[in-house]
Design a binder for this molecule. Sequence first.
Ligand SMILES: [Mg+2]
Length: 325
Amino acid sequence: MPELELIAAIEAALRRPGKRVLTGPGDDAAVVRAGGVAVTSVDTLAEGVHFTLATHSHADVGHKALAAALSDIAAMGAEPGEAYVALVLPPGASEQAALELVAGMDELAGEAGCAIVGGDVTGGPGLVVSVTVTGWADSEEQLVYRSGARPGDLLGATGALGGSECGRLLLDGLEAELAPDRRDELLARHRRPVPLIAAGKALAGAGATAMIDVSDGVATDAAHLAERSELEVSVRMADLALAPGVDVVAAAAGRDAAELGATGGEDYELLFTAAPGSRPTIEEAAAGAGASVAWIGEAASGSGLRLLDAAGQPVTLRGYEHLAG
Ligand SMILES: [Mg+2]
C-alpha cells in the first residue's frame, strides 16, 4: 500500500481529538490551543534494540512507545496533551501490522486523555516508532522537576518494582515456577506498561519536591535525582516494594530479588521526594489516584547515591555501575 494511502487509513482509524485540537491530521501541521506552559518529551523504540517482534505484537509496540513518552509527562505532573508519531516500516511490513500498531497506541491515548494529531510514515531497514508527546500545565509552579529535592526530604516510590524486568526475563525464555495469572501479570508489565498520569498530577499537587519516572531502574533514576538536585540520595534496599512474583523469578535467574527490583528498568513507576511533613498528604493523594507509596530512602546534603542494606550498611549492586554509566 502506498504511504499516502496508509497515512489516510491511519488517520481514519484514529479517535477524534478533543476540544484543544483546532486541526489534527490532514493539514500540513497540527494546530493546538496552548495551555500556560508546554511540556514535551520524545521516546523512540527500535526493533532489535528495545523490543523484538518475536515477543511483542505490533499493538504492544505501539502501546509501549506511547506509554514511555506519557510516563515522562506524568513525571512532570503535567496533563497529557497531544502525540506526534514517526513510524519507520521495514520492507514487507503489512498495512495491517501498521494499523495494529497505531490502534494499540490510540487505545492507550484514549485512556490517557491524549490525542494523536500528527505524524509521518516512511520505509527503512527495521521497525522504529518515535513518539513526541506534549503535556500542558497552567503554570510552571504546577510542575515538578528532578532538581527540587531538599536535604531531609523523604524518597518515595509508587507501586511495585521489578515486574517489567521479570517479564523480559520470562519472554527471553527463563523458566520459573509461577501461577499462570502471575506470569501473565509480569509479561503485561513488560509489554503494556501503564503511565501513571493521575498519580503524577496528584503527587505534584500534594507537594512532591522532585520527581522522575522509573525507566532505567530505581538505583539509576534515584542517582539522577541526586545529581540534578545536587545532594545525596540514599535507598534502603529492604524497603523496596517488589512486584508479586519477582522473588520467584529472581531465584530462577540466580539473582537477589531486591537487587533485581532496584536495577530492573521500564517499570514506569514514579520516584519522588517530599518533605517529611507532607507524608500523609502525599499518601492520601496517591491513594486517590490509585497508587500505593513505599518510603524507601531520603535526601541529605552531599552527593551521589547510597544503597543501604537492612542494617544500614552500604551495598554495592552487581551490574549497577554498568547501568549508571
Ligand atoms: Mg523519564
